[in-house]
Design a protein around this ligand. Sequence first.
Ligand code: ADP
Ligand code: MG
Length: 835
Amino acid sequence: PAHTEKPSKVKTFLPPSQPAIFVPVDRSPEIQEARLKLPILAEEQVIMEAIKENPVVVLCGETGSGKTTQVPQFLYEAGYGSENDIIGITEPRRVAAIAMSQRVSLEMNLPQNVVSYQIRYEGNVSTETKIKFMTDGVLLKEIQKDFLLSRYRVIIIDEAHERSVYTDILIGLLSRIVPLRQKKGSPLKLIIMSATLRIEDFTENKKLFRTAPPVIKVDARQFPVTVHFNKRTPQDDYAGECFRKVCKIHRMLPSGGILVFLTGQAEVHSLCRRLRKMFPYRGKQGSKDEKDEDAQEAKALRAFKKSKPKKKVNLPKISLDNYSALPMDEGDEDREAGGDDDEEADRSDFDLDLEDAGSDEDKESDSSLPLYVLPLYSLLAPEKQAKVFRPSPSGTRLCVVATNVAETSLTIPGIKYVVDCGKVKKRFYDKITGVSSFRVDWTSQASADQRAGRAGRTDPGHCYRLYSSAVFSDFEQFSQPEITRRPVEDLVLQMKDLNIEKVVNFPFPTPPSTDALVAAEELLIALGALQEPPKTGRLRVMQSAKLSCPITPLGRTMASFPVAPRYAKMLALGKQHDCLSYVITIVAAMTVRELFEELNRPALNDEEKVILTGKKARVLQMQKIWAGQGPAQKLGDLMVMLGAVGACEYSGLTPTFCDRNGLRFKAMMEIRRLRGQLTTTVNSLCPGVSIFLDSKMQPPTESQVHYLRQIVMSGFGDHIARRIQPEELLDEKWRNGYKTPLLEDPVFIHPNSSLFRQLPDFVVFQEILETTKMYMKGVSSIEPEWIPALLPQYCHYGDPLEDPPPFYCKASGRVRCHRQSTFYRVGWQLPAVEV
Ligand code: ADP
Ligand code: MG
């Protein structure tokens, strides 16, 4: 069969499309020199030949081999970005889209309006753009507007091994778009780029590509990396373990940069701070930067802290004196994992062991060498991120403390030592209940090896794994693709909007489970975005029918909003009651993560404790004001969001205002952009409507609040909770708890919620986050009689003539009937409504 042919021999007939031009690029000598060192440069001809001959090419190579920065340049020079054609590159992370567009623009000596980027809310794309870096979500949106992507000549899907949901879907869609473009006579080239990981999901999947695309492997000059395992795996203080390990490396081992992998922003900052204290760097620039970052750290949001059990952290005051008194930890267990270069791995001069290196006398003098500590994580401002690429000041050693972003997206030069905590922060969803939680979990073997590989870019290196080899062998081999781990209603709606009715048949590189697809279609039917399948004789609808429901006009409207279906439904309803600008604001605020700064985090020292306590009091007071008075309070947390955005916009949205009131400036900026974008979408969708962004937004009136609560309920009909009545209290722990239709266990209103003390009988919530308890977040109160009236799809109705019996109403002179109903499968009795 064709797909077993040697890749290089696969030839497909193509119209003569290759332009014979060579577009010159004016690079600086230094850049040119650096480029020539990249392994991928040697393969340029092979790569370009393959692209010329094949519609789809898979390119894999070690991180740092030059895929992301060089392939777009090869294509540009070969004339792919000429005239009106664009070369598009997708990245799963915003950081990478921005950083890489800047790097390529610099290397090519072309301005950023030619080599540009586009992420959800911002970009510098112009009519001049020839090379466009974007997030995968952005390209997916573009496919909705122009299925054939006619402006693109080439699409590069970068970091395909990360298996982000959008990347997976894009590959599925492009597998169909490429042949269509070929038929049309204007071929589109697709290049899938990946680290050397499990590419079979793309190449061996016949649903995806009938002819297996050729695979080009770029052999990176990867130097051997000696992997050292800990003998024992520390229970939870892996951050402390990282600190000790970095100290040791810095004091005992020869020069070379250190890269530490941790799981989140807060951990990164905290370790940076400890290390700076330990090995201070007092360069002019440095001290300013450090202050800067310390200030940032003080603000650093412990975004995910809630996922961890609360624990007071009392860090010992660290100085050089009492450092030496810290107990030495277990010796390292050695193991080779030099990738494909195993044979070089035991060359003795590289085979350093921490325990042997450096004698005690060295300690004092070595430790006086300053450590140039830099944080790196996705939400860090781009200017700060860029610092890791610059040489560290002379007389210092570079130490980058990073999250997963440093694993494959960004390559930091000069790293010789990697310290890997072995953990990664993941969001988990319960498929049935939708409850989500962030958990720090072990990473996969493939990821751990990627991390180790970062130490061998320029020289042989060492990787210190803070866990035992036994633990490592229990890691899953690869991380599960994201699409199998999260709800998919947004994807299903987008696909239906692209007229892909049978989503089950879509060529996913890895399909989501049927359960997840059914749950998605059920929710979309309940939201009115899909037509309800015809009921066959029996009550139960055939599953196959459920999985191929066509989209409704409402569904199409919903699909054009850049937010998940529930929020899109709210926007679609907002038009009806003159609430649109409020709904836009609420939706923008609900979809941006963590509006408020985390003030419950443990303080790092006494000084900070005082600051935090003061701030908390002030912020609580502000939140009370934003929660409104009287009926407005019933909108609960969403009213607080509305008030916060209103106040912020009114004051001109300054960092100072945000800081003083415990709001995240970045989040507020994002809300502003999203409001703008939603407003534009609404105006273009509804010809009669014209909303404008009002910086002096008045608080909603009483009747608007009433409708807003109903609108929220309509989007979150399955997220209704009912307060547990005293007679139902089976356990003291259930006090103040709520029942939801899908969970056995009670859920609670989050202590940060404005409704925490009010405990309304019925509420609607945005999500349940499991931490120490199951907490509802984003809570509003609702009235039970709205449920039978507005959410018929979730109710079972009694016979209006029977139950309760009709009665004669003197006032109106009419016979009145009531209809009794129960909610959901749980059968909660709802108040009778008049019919
Ligand atoms: P790949 O995509 O194969 O992982 P990249 O194209 O990202 O490789 O990186 C190629 C080289 O370019 C690496 O050695 C990296 O250090 C360097 N590089 C990337 N971005 C920058 C930057 N902003 N400044 C300096 N060097 C960079
Ligand atoms: Mg890359």
